[in-house]
Design a protein around this ligand. Sequence first.
Ligand code: NAP
Length: 265
Amino acid sequence: MPPLPLSLGLGTSGLDDPESCAETVRTALNAGYRHIDTAQMYGNEVAVGEGLRASDVDRDEVVIATKIHYDNLSPEAVRETAHESLDRLGLDRVDLLYVHWPMGAYDPERTLPAFDALREAGVTDHVGISNFTPELVREASGILDSPIAAHQVECHPRFKQPELRRLAAEFDHHLVGYSPLGRGEILDEDVLVEVAEAHGTSSAVVALAWALERDVVPIPKATGDHVTENLMALEVDLRESELAAIDDLADGDRVIDPEQAAWNR
Ligand code: NAP
């Protein structure tokens, strides 16, 4: 299997209304997105599949990623619910299948071989992990036969994940950044606003362009005009001094509830 091509993607968590979810996915694909991120947990795999089919884009041109819920990480449930996800999406395979969180029924020695088996069976082309600590990444890489294609974690200018970015380079997997806009909470940071003004764009676009320059694949969730606006991140050319100024922004708290996080259990 060739390496997974991963460009800026559309996040779909919170796209709860089926009709508007399908319409947002369709619009995003027609506008140029080629990577859609969903999960069993989001309850919108049916709508994501509908949006894909309603678009003008060939299925094979799109990376469709979904994630197995942490309650479904026994080997039997991995197998069964991966097929249920395919049924909901209306697909015969996904491009990327993640372990959503290493918690709940996660048992590395039992869960990860089940993901290998799904890759061998053609249910997914690639295996991914999400919300793993550096220690858990190393452990998973020692157990999986499949290469880890992507690790998805919270990453944005106020939560930069230097260690996991270094590890991604060492292990040669994509670091996919979720909540790349800090759920909207980072958009009034002075440095983002100033750089945005210099480029005649928005602080959201600057945050996404920073991620792309730092080898992080951002997956912003967006609706309406934000969907096409965020694609401008692919065009903006930030100066080294601007990237460095964003690098210097102090990290804050995660925007994703740490109560939910594996490292807190
Ligand atoms: P996010 O993408 O950082 O932020 C989404 C928020 O930003 C929405 O309120 C959206 O509003 C707004 N927004 C989008 N584009 C904007 C723009 N150009 N200007 C101003 N506001 C803008 O947060 P997220 O949804 O938490 O993360 C993105 C995706 O990551 C999720 O959808 C999901 O696919 C994934 N994720 C994965 C995990 C995991 O555990 N693996 C956890 C969290 C998230 P509008 O809707 O109005 O555009």
